[in-house]
Design a protein around this ligand. Structure first.
Ligand code: PLP
Ligand code: COI
Length: 339
């Protein structure tokens, strides 16, 4: 696909040739089907449209330096999708079906996997929705699981350059005993007003605090937060954030390079003490944060003052990218090859 400007790709929708779909009817999953349509026909009373029975996932496929296509942590995404399914009373997607669907969707669109070195990847988006009709608030009897893919560039336009973030207190993304820890559309709907306002006010994203006490760092927009000080990787432990697979991987890498790892409450005031901060996720990869502004108090927390990415964030980023692109050994079995 020489006509694609790989380097100029935004993080957005890109039409590819095929997607795969599977239907859950009469208590069981059917066969995987291939579709070339970008549209879904469904009942107007489908529960995903009215009562939010919708969960999704996000992972990436990369062309390695050796030309092979690698998918990062496919099985972890499958496990998380099933936790989301359980959380919204939807049927789980069997691990084998999930794997088969992802591989098929990537293989059938292999020409859209960006070449090595272009700073882009193929984003893989699995989706699970209630398609059965209900008007009373109850789970559907029918569901659809589908996977579509598309080449993407960096989530934040800054790429691997520092971003500015804004702490907000007048919106919550998720309640402590709500759905924050699973990947369901409702959490993103709830985050829209605060994130759009943050964009309008000149920030890449907003940082939500814990909804109950407003004392601790919760989620960094569509990504987890981490801070670094005293050779320690510190990331919030919270019931209302999404357990990020990127963050999980970075914790492993941090330990591997001799850092301590702490997963605990991170009080807002602690921001003052970090040497480096970042947001991490599949889409965000590592987005170093150069400045955090507290929208209420006006307090400014400044990092990488000279505009450069911190050395530890850079080390973590290079190791993660190295594994994803086959430059460094995949000693934890995080990679699935597309053959
Ligand atoms: N937090 C939120 C709210 C997200 O949407 C994402 C993206 O998936 C993440 C964190 C990062 O998770 P992961 O690293 O598994 O992509
Ligand atoms: C991801 O990182 O995969 C996300 O889901 C973030 C956002 C695009 C929702």
């Amino acid at each position: 696909m020489s006509s694609i400007d790989w380097k100029g790709l935004p993080f957005g929708y890109f039409k590819t040739d095929y997607n795969v779909r599977c239907y859950y009817i009469d208590g069981k999953w059917g066969e995987l089907e291939v579709s070339d349509s970008e549209y879904i026909t469904m009942h107007m009373a489908a529960t995903c449209l009215h009562y939010g029975q919708e969960a999704f996932e996000g992972m990436k496929a990369f062309t390695g330096k050796d030309g092979k296509v690698r998918i990062f942590r496919l099985d972890e995404n499958g496990k998380r999708m099933n936790r989301s399914a359980v959380g919204l009373m939807m049927p789980e997607v069997p691990a084998e079906l999930f794997r088969k669907a992802i591989l098929k969707a990537v293989k059938m669109n292999i020409k859209y996997v960006p070449p090595y070195g272009e700073g882009a990847s193929l984003y893989v988006r699995p989706l699970l929705i209630g398609t059965g009709a209900q008007v009373g608030v109850k789970p559907a009897k029918e569901y659809m699981f589908m996977v579509f893919v598309g080449p993407v560039g960096p989530y934040f336009k800054e790429g691997f350059n520092p971003v500015k973030m804004q702490i907000v207190r007048d919106y919550d993304r998720a309640a402590p005993l709500g759905t924050g820890s699973i990947k369901v559309g409702g959490n993103y709907a709830a985050s829209l007003r605060a994130s759009e306002r943050a964009h309008d006010e000149g920030y890449a994203s907003c940082i939500f605090l814990d909804a109950k006490e407003k004392k601790y760092i919760d989620e960094a927009g569509p990504a987890n937060f981490f801070g670094i000080k005293n050779n320690t990787y510190i990331t919030p432990d919270s019931v209302s954030i999404l357990p990020s697979i990127t963050n999980m991987s970075l914790r492993t890498i941090a330990e591997e390079i001799g850092m301590k790892v702490e997963r605990r409450h991170v009080p807002v005031e602690e921001l003052e003490t970090f040497e480096e901060c970042g947001a991490c996720g599949t889409a965000a990869v590592i987005s170093p944060i150069c400045k955090i502004v507290d929208r209420d108090s006006g307090k400014v927390y400044q990092y990488c003052k000279d505009g450069h990415v911190g050395p530890i964030s850079e080390k973590l980023y290079n190791r993660l990218k190295g594994i994803q692109e086959g430059i460094e050994e995949d000693k934890y079995g995080w990679i699935t090859f597309v053959e």
